[in-house]
Design a binder for this molecule. Sequence first.
Ligand SMILES: NC(=O)c1ccc[n+]([C@@H]2O[C@H](COP(=O)([O-])OP(=O)(O)OC[C@H]3O[C@@H](n4cnc5c(N)ncnc54)[C@H](OP(=O)(O)O)[C@@H]3O)[C@@H](O)[C@H]2O)c1
Length: 298
Amino acid sequence: MKRVLITGASGLVGSHLMRQAAGRLDTLGAFQSFEPRGLPGRFVRVDLTDPTAAAGLAASFRPDVIIHCAAMADSDRCQAEPALARRLNVDTTRILARRAQQAGAKLVFLSTDIIFDGRKGAPYVEEDAPNPLSFYAETKVEAENVVRGECERSVIVRTSLIYGPSPRGDRGIDERLGIAIRAGRPLRLFADEFRAPMSAANLADAVLELAGSPHTGTYHMAGAECLSRHEIGLTITRHYGWPTDTIQATRAADAPMNPPRPTKLVLDTSKARAVLTTKLLGLREGLKAPGTGVVSGS
Ligand SMILES: NC(=O)c1ccc[n+]([C@@H]2O[C@H](COP(=O)([O-])OP(=O)(O)OC[C@H]3O[C@@H](n4cnc5c(N)ncnc54)[C@H](OP(=O)(O)O)[C@@H]3O)[C@@H](O)[C@H]2O)c1
């Protein structure tokens, strides 16, 4: 793997991919509206919902690998703007998958644990049947099927809540907590909703390793610790030495959401761990690792 096209390079995951690939790979990062500053590598502005622009980007750069992170990843926005969400999350993915197939390139597609409904009561393995509860999750399931159907050398990485610094400063869950705490906003965090958060730097290392390997197929990548949203909030807040007095525990069961959010989402990561040398870190380890802890305090 030499030439890598990274879409969504101004986002949380894409920016860490650009950083971790620096000096090792010839990368081109695609962004739409937010030009990332201070990141290594070359960048190009492109609206990937324009099919000609999306196809042209892949054709002109001639990557060995496309890592497709660009997405409408905000569930509420997907619900409010379904046509645009489908165009970016599904149609653009189809164009990039076809381009990769035609060029003999590998496609790595970022998907999410939210494709599952959280009712299994045990960690989800790659073969479990998705049951999306939101439109965002539906588009991801559709896109996964497109990737599998269109591109032989493809990898689907399903991941969970992500933390770490982002170019916009508001995409990581730690960044969002910091913003709320600095504003003195009360934080009601669910004590009965569970996730295994992963650092963006750790995810980028694992994704680049898989991208450069002969492996294809679907892989679950999440943090090594499963915690409630309340525990996640407290762990991050204590790590940064922020005040915890605005954080309260509440119950998802008492606050029904529309669209509903799965309550217990744990990905079984043994398939990824069996092929990767990159260790998937728990929240406490991940917060201390290089490339993560640069969020400014309260
Ligand atoms: N963050 C999480 O907790 C999480 C969890 C599970 C899965 N994922 C998946 O991981 C992937 C990366 O997520 P992320 O959190 O890094 O996303 P993000 O921070 O929201 O970034 C989204 C990226 O998509 C780009 N983009 C949006 N519309 C575009 C368009 N029309 N044309 C070109 N680029 C466009 C954005 O560019 P501009 O900002 O320049 O407009 C940005 O670089 C996504 O597929 C997401 O579904 C994320």
